[in-house]
Design a protein around this ligand. Structure first.
Ligand code: CDP
Ligand code: MG
Length: 737
């Protein structure tokens, strides 16, 4: 008897007799009360508001009838799990039964759409099947793209383990700033952005025999562009096999885009999931998450919990509060392992989420969207879904891009809920009302191509020689204004000439895996003789995770340490200063520790910097230092980021020059108490207000020097006589509010 049956037996025990898989969507709508302990007869009519004072609520939950009963066994015990070898696991995956049919279908058709429930084994198994079937003969590789870095890395690690090879040898991965492949690599996982770049050096993808565009349903910007590119290539490379794989829904759409390519469906295995909604909207969903986790832990049979949060910061906050409460509860509760997962999490910590939970304990995974479809964590029985995600939104009117937290779509919410029903019947707790689900959530998430800045993509396509972007084969075309804006921006940066053709500068910019503004900044540093400093700044900006370490019990020390790095001129110079001091310490760990700097972030910055230096050498740029001429450094920054300029308007607040949008200096900025007249910023983040992250002081006349075709002297005149204003006398906290 194979393990599939084992799962199903468990399922029967859990399943309510009248529960039909097809009906669960309807059921979701009717089970509109968030009710804990519903499994026990006596507690059936007890409803718990999440917003109750959590401790009292929790104690009450502990004494609820039924909670002292012997916990049910997990769907698969650890012992069973250990016995289950890799081979058995592979055989238990839904895709396994279709191995031969799938290979036959791939042999028969050039393009195949593959649809299967998340966790059915598409990503990890299909490349291995192809390898076994001989698709890597003649020195060819099997490529597989992933929208997310973490997924590419962790899936490659898993497949290397399954094939019993060292990661980076036969199985490898390639992501921006990190290539873990070798001559021997035959199965290569990569991000969609990385494949996009590979087109520049290998426009016909000649080294691949199969290309699998995976997680196609995610519809990321790069995946969408890849559809058009690979479709084109397939025409003149009849020997190249194309697989478009996706979790759900969109198969027909992909099929018709690829000239009615056949669809191969892997029948899913999904157990029913009970959906619970809160009775009223939650004011603080982090707190609601913590309470829900504890309630589940206290009242529900063992089984792991998956919580969807929007980003690293939220995950860390939640982790902190939760650990604290668990600690205070001591031995009154069973062991609860708290594991975070998000894009910037170091890979050794990422691997932890896949480790089996020790017997008698429960695991709670705090994840971003990444766990929605890209990563499958076994044994999840409970899902907590606050209903939000972080989205990059671009306003084509103002040309401003910012990261905002938005409600998820119905499709996303259902995908999230489905994660609870992979190994047995599960439960999903939505921290919003049934009404909100029905009336406030959009049906589907808008594809990224229709809501982000296209500057980067347009530059890449131009570099590939695709000039007529309006007639590019898009699955869903981007809004016309966004395309025009991207062209204008590239023109203003000097990457395109007035015929819309790539200039020499544009060609060099395309060599760097950087946003066009950052690419331009880097190239401009040549003129200002400060490439040494600018490449450090670019590397530090690219790290995109916290540089400073602020432990709760040492806030004062940490903040003092941070301020010691401040230099007149602004945050970019601070970043440069930190990097230089660290390099002077011989990249010391101890130095980081003493200065409250995150060693991991610095290490990553160093890797990124090395790669960028390599690319700079390739385009024959000299690496030179101007030994601290901060005007030159800031001019180079402005030459790239002249779209991101703001002028002081009244105490504490700024207006962007072209669109008159109100923005603020971030409280963590070194300029927070300075408030210079003009600033250039790296990006906007929207929390309670629109904040500029990484800002530096500039002089308005530099704009005429670095972007004469974009700024007119009139726009840069100061309209008020306001004196240089300082927030003297006010504390940070006062200004924060
Ligand atoms: O791609 P799809 O969602 O169809 O499934 P998959 O990612 O290939 O996952 C198949 C199995 O591999 C699941 O049971 C995962 O738990 C397991 N897996 C793993 O153990 N470690 C990983 N890093 C990725 C997948
Ligand atoms: Mg997958």
């Amino acid at each position: 008897k194979d393990s599939v049956n084992e799962y199903e037996e468990v399922d029967d025990r859990e399943k309510k007799p009248n529960y039909e898989q097809k009906k669960w969507e309807e059921e979701q709508m009717s089970s509109a009360v968030f009710r804990f302990g519903a499994k026990n007869k006596e507690s059936q009519d007890r409803e718990y508001d999440l917003v109750l004072d959590s401790q009292i609520d929790f104690i009450r939950a502990l004494s609820m009838p039924g909670t002292k009963e012997k916990p049910e066994e997990r769907p698969m015990t650890e012992k069973q799990k250990k016995r289950m070898t890799i081979e058995e696991t592979q055989k238990s995956l839904p895709v396994y039964k279709f191995k031969d049919d799938l290979i036959a279908a791939i042999q028969a058709h050039q393009v195949l759409i593959i649809e299967g429930e998340t966790g059915s084994g598409k990503t990890t198994q299909i490349p291995q099947y192809l390898y076994q079937a001989g698709f890597t003969k003649d020195n060819k590789k099997i490529g597989c793209t992933q929208p997310r870095r973490v997924a590419a890395m962790s899936v490659a690690a898993r497949v290397a383990e399954e094939m019993n090879v060292k990661l980076g040898n036969e199985v490898g991965y390639s992501i921006r700033f990190e290539d873990c492949t070798s001559e021997r690599t035959v199965i290569k996982y990569m991000t969609d952005g990385t494949l996009h770049r590979e087109f520049l050096s290998e426009p016909d993808l000649l080294s691949y025999s199969v290309m699998m565009i995976d997680e196609a349903h995610e519809r990321t910007l790069h995946t969408d562009i890849l559809f058009g590119l690979v479709k084109d290539i397939a025409r003149f490379r009849p020997d190249l096999k194309l697989l478009i794989s996706s979790a759900t829904l969109d198969a027909e759409k992909f099929s018709s885009f690829f000239d009615d390519a056949p669809i191969f469906r892997i029948p899913g295995r999904r157990f029913p999931v009970d959906i619970y909604y809160t009775k009223a909207p939650e004011a603080d969903y982090i707190d609601a998450c913590v309470v829900s986790i504890l309630q589940i832990h206290a009242t529900q049979p063992l089984g792991d919990i998956l919580v969807f949060l929007t980003g690293q910061e939220e995950i860390e906050t939640c982790q902190e509060i939760l650990s604290d409460r668990v600690r205070r509860l001591g031995t009154r509760v069973k062991e609860l392992l708290i594991l975070p997962v998000y894009a910037n999490l170091p890979s050794d910590l990422q691997a932890k989420i896949f480790e089996p939970t020790p017997p008698g304990a429960r695991k709670v995974v705090l994840a971003t969207n990444i766990a929605e479809t890209s990563l499958t964590i076994d044994n999840i029985i409970y899902v907590i879904d606050p209903g939000f995600c972080k989205q990059n939104n671009f306003n084509s009117r103002t040309g401003m891009e910012s990261l905002v937290v938005v409600p998820v779509s119905k499709a996303s919410a259902n995908q999230r809920a489905g994660r609870a029903g992979r190994v047995a019947a599960g439960k999903c707790f939505r921290l919003y009302t049934a009404w909100a689900y029905k009336h406030e959530l959009e049906d589907n998430t808008v594809p990224e191509i229709q809501r982000v800045n296209l500057g980067n993509v347009v530059l890449m396509l131009k570099a590939l020689g695709i000039n007529d972007l309006v007639h590019f084969d898009f699955l869903d075309p981007p809004p016309h204004e966004t395309l025009v804006l991207a062209l204008e921006q590239l023109y203003a940066l000097g990457a395109l000439n007035h015929h819309g053709e790539l200039t020499k500068l544009g060609r060099r910019m395309a060599e760097f895996p950087l946003d066009p503004m950052m690419g331009k900044m880097l190239l401009a540093s040549e003129k200002y003789k400060c490439s040494e400093e600018i490449v450090s700044i670019a590397a530090m900006l690219s790290v995109n995770s916290a540089i400073f370490y602020r432990p709760k019990d040492k806030l004062v020390h940490a903040d003092t340490a941070r301020k010691n790095f401040f230099l007149p001129g602004g945050d970019h110079l601070v970043l440069c200063n930190i990097y230089k001091q660290w390099a002077d310490s011989d990249y010391s760990t101890q130095w980081c520790y003493e200065n409250y700097i995150q060693y991991r972030s610095m290490k990553r910055a160093r890797d990124v910097r090395e790669q960028l230096v390599g690319l700079m050498e390739r385009v024959e740029m000299e690496i030179v230092s101007n030994h601290g001429d901060t005007v030159a450094i800031r001019k180079a920054i402005t030459a790239g980021y002249f779209y991101h300029i703001a002028r002081l308007s009244k105490a504490g607040s700024y207006k962007t020059v072209k669109h008159n949008q109100t923005v603020m200096i971030h409280p963590n900025s070194s300029l927070f108490e300075e408030l210079p007249r003009w600033v250039v910023y790296y990006e906007l983040v929207f929390t309670t207000k629109e904040y500029m992250r990484q800002a530096s002081e500039i002089e308005s006349k530099w704009l005429l020097e670095v972007a004469p075709h974009y700024y007119k002297p009139k726009e840069l005149e100061d309209s008020t006589n306001m004196k240089f204003s300082k927030n003297i006398g006010k504390t940070r906290e006062e200004l924060r509010t």
